[in-house]
Ligand binder design. Sequence first.
Ligand code: ZN
Length: 269
Amino acid sequence: MKRKIGWRWGGALLVLGAIWSATAASLMAQAAENSIKSEKTEAAKIRVLVFDGGHPYDEPEFAEMLTALGDEFEFSRATLPQDRALLAPGLEKKFDALLFYDMCQTPMSDEEFARYETLLKSGKIGVFFLHHRLSAHPERPDFWKIAGGTYVFEQNREIEGKRRPLGAYEHDREIDVKPARIDGEPPFPLEAFTIIDESYENMWVSPNVKALLTTDAPRMTPQVAWTWTLGDAEVLVFALGHDKKAYENPAFRRFLKNGLNWLVENVKK
Ligand SMILES: [Zn+2]
């Protein structure tokens, strides 16, 4: 079914109704045009391309939350797998950061994966993996290397030489989250908070991630947010964010906003 409702946006730069059903090519053209306009009229905005697809979510509330993050951001939307061609070197010229909120499980060809990996590893564009993204591409046993962790879809899946228990999830839990113990300064301000959200249990998380937020909640993977070195990039991963109950949490919003700003400050253009 064709989707009719577009996201609502605070700024006038992007017409989301047009982007909603845009092809990858027209999306790129639109973004290029908008970036020219914005250079002429105002201070450069942080251009974030959001990927969805493969999992339903509270779309209007998600868009409202992004808009509420502030005028400094300009969000565009693409959907996987149909807009997969965007995931290639060159996208960093159009966008400052990518926010993956998809759960795309349509297999990628080796060529597509190579282009995708080259883009993400370049360090020239911020990379943020949010919630469902940790369940993307179970067909690629080493897809966890992209984010430093993964939801485990099959009992006894072998990761890093060990068999892992099957993942589990639970909706509408009250979850207490706190900043992880970090050597030195955190990359951006972190706070303790309580959120109504979905928990993931038995996620596999690399011992090499730098945890940012953790939880002691039972039946839940302790690492809630982390950074992970991927080639020349330091990607950001946040396991929370299932639905509008999470989106409306002010601390959840602050993490997204601070995280996106941090990613963009770190990109090497
Ligand atoms: Zn979810």
